[in-house]
Ligand binder design. Structure first.
Ligand code: ZN
Length: 179
């Protein structure tokens, strides 16, 4: 089976309406948290910036959480703006749901095809794995990876998942010979 890998090249933007200018795009930029300690309670926000007017918004990650309830390593990560923690919080579907934004992955990911298409016997099996939860339409991904038209994809691909429904879960497909 040929392995294909979908992975991000940078953090996605947020489709989030700016209350000042009405733009619908925000970025985590260099990736920063704000931590506010109030006695034994903590607030942690992820800071995002409108791409048009630079207005900063704070997305609550923890609200009035007991200091003791947080893993010290995680708390340290918030204080030093750990890039891995920025990514994992931004990509956490819970944060998106609570703050009513969606992720805009346009131009933020790539498809890696590590091994070249050798003289495999037909039919050829390909397994797609996701290093990051990028939602892709299987038909578009396969068309791009194989250099086929979407009609050819529909004709020549056998796949256990719906080809037109975006997914970020791994799947496999089979390429049938031409004709
Ligand atoms: Zn704005």
């Amino acid at each position: 089976m040929l392995p294909w890998v979908v992975r991000r090249t940078r953090l996605p933007l947020l489709s989030l309406r700016c209350v000042d200018c009405g733009s619908r795009s925000a970025t985590t930029g260099e990736g920063r948290f704000r931590v506010n300690a109030n006695g034994k309670l903590l607030d942690v926000w992820l800071l995002v910036r409108c791409v048009s007017c630079d207005r900063t918004s704070k997305l609550p990650v923890h609200e009035r959480a007991a200091v003791r309830s947080l893993d010290p390593a995680e708390l340290h990560g918030y204080r030093v703006n750990d890039p891995g923690l920025v990514a994992s919080r931004l990509l956490d579907p819970l944060l998106a749901r609570r703050n009513r934004f969606t992720l805009d992955w346009t131009g933020a990911w790539r498809l890696d095809i590590p091994s070249p298409w050798l003289d495999e016997g037909w039919p050829v099996q390909v397994g797609v794995v996701f290093d990051d939860p990028v939602p892709v339409r299987p038909d578009r991904l396969i068309a791009r990876g194989l250099g086929l038209s979407r009609n050819e994809v529909l004709r020549r691909i056998k796949c256990g998942v719906p080809l037109r429904r975006p997914t970020s879960a791994g799947f496999t497909f089979t390429v049938m010979p031409e004709g």
